[in-house]
Design a protein around this ligand. Structure first.
Ligand SMILES: Cc1ncc(COP(=O)(O)O)c(C=O)c1O
Length: 379
């Protein structure tokens, strides 16, 4: 039989083993998607486009007005882009793949701030690249610049940035982003800025893009999408923009791989980016749940978590319970009926569990109370 590429034997399935839908009475703190419906106006726009018959092939990078809407949205985050250099892809994930396709050849190393969202590791390996997991500082989960410096080799080609961060909930400060830009310039690296959670920030500083700091402009690839901030995970829509030459290659990737996103979703993407109240209401709701979840976790014996600054995740240290993270997550599911993600599914996540607060306040309170009772009983 012909051979399958070797790299696939090393690619994991991320969190999937712990994301399986459990029995009915289980509280799930695992799901990394908003528990809101996509806003009505967005749904209506897609329905109208279908009814108008917008079902044929279309502009590969996305309609001109959709690309302009992405540029306007990025502008609100202080990111300058040219709509001609925007590609709308089937999800942020696919956009990340395009970035890697464009920049990584076998043996190239990509720095990840560990623990990192596990999909990065697999994506890098698909191209024969080498993910280099550089631990972040504890307990803040912010970048450790000494460790980053020590991890650079002749093969280092890029650094993956994700702030607000999945799984840690950290939002890097503008000073740290400035340092990342300087670090990337010093070692001539691409910066892949996965800013998919950029509208979900609760820290006293906003999301900051490396594009605005010396060295950042010509090496930052900005990648994001509609999934998290607009409750549109199933729509599979993401964006990517960067320097012109880079984006010409990305356009070729899209033309070869996907042609474009579904034509009738393009107007809906535009409508979404113009919404204000709906997205703010969702972000406000996450902000409130964040406090309840954070206080709840810190009230559990043997559990501690730094203040989460963005996205909708908390990475809690459970080592004080005497259990490792796998045992904690497995027993929490079996004995407390609460589903969590064990951190050791990610390099550098040992002793930690990832908790998502993208669930109702009622669920958060019930889940914390179950964990409280369980831990009290077994201690
Ligand atoms: C950091 C990060 N980037 C990208 C994605 C995927 O985004 P999309 O649904 O647009 O492919 C996720 C989803 O969990 C994520 O956590």
């Amino acid at each position: 039989m012909p051979e399958i590429i070797q790299a696939f034997s090393q690619i994991g399935r991320g969190f999937s083993a712990y994301l399986a839908p459990p029995g009915p009475d289980v509280i799930r703190f695992t799901v990394g998607q908003p528990d809101f419906d996509t806003p009505d106006a967005v749904v209506q726009s897609a329905v109208d486009a279908l009814r108008r018959g917008e079902t044929a092939y279309s502009r590969a990078q996305g309609s001109i007005s959709l690309c302009e809407a992405v540029t306007s949205h990025l502008n609100t985050l202080n990111i300058k882009s040219d709509p001609e250099d925007v590609v709308v892809a089937p999800g942020c994930k696919q956009a990340l793949l395009y970035a890697l396709m464009t920049a990584i050849t076998p043996g190239d190393e990509v720095l990840l701030l560990a623990p990192a969202w596990p999909s990065y590791d697999g994506m890098i390996r698909v191209f024969g690249g080498v993910p280099v997991h550089v631990p972040v500082l504890r307990p803040s989960y912010h970048p450790d610049f000494e460790a980053l410096e020590a991890s650079v080799t002749e093969r280092t080609k890029a650094i993956m940035l994700n702030s607000p961060n999945n799984p840690t909930g950290a939002v890097y400060t503008p000073q740290e982003i400035q340092q990342i830009a300087a670090f990337a310039e010093k070692h001539d690296l691409w910066i892949f800025d996965d800013m998919i959670y950029s509208t979900l920030v609760y820290a006293d500083h906003d999301y900051a893009s490396p594009i605005n700091y010396p060295g950042g402009e010509m090496r930052t690839i900005t990648i994001g999408g509609w999934s998290k901030g607009w409750a549109m995970t199933g729509w599979r829509m993401g964006w990517i923009t960067g320097p012109k030459d880079f984006m010409e290659a990305v356009k070729t990737c899209q033309a070869s791989a996907a042609t474009h996103i579904p034509t009738f979703l393009m107007p809906a993407g535009e409508v979404a980016l113009q919404l204000e109240k709906e997205t703010k209401d969702m972000a406000d709701s996450f902000a409130m749940r964040r406090i309840v979840m954070h206080n709840g976790l810190n009230s559990l014996p043997g559990v501690s978590a730094p203040e989460p600054e963005g996205a909708f995740y908390i990475l809690a240290d459970v080592s004080g319970t005497g259990m490792n993270d796998i045992e904690f997550a497995d027993r929490a599911l079996a004995e407390a009926r609460v589903q969590l993600i064990p951190g050791s599914l990610m390099q550098g996540g040992e002793g930690l569990v990832r908790v998502s607060y993208a669930t109702s306040l009622e669920n958060i309170e019930e889940g914390i109370s179950r964990l409280q009772n369980w831990l009290t009983q077994i201690s």
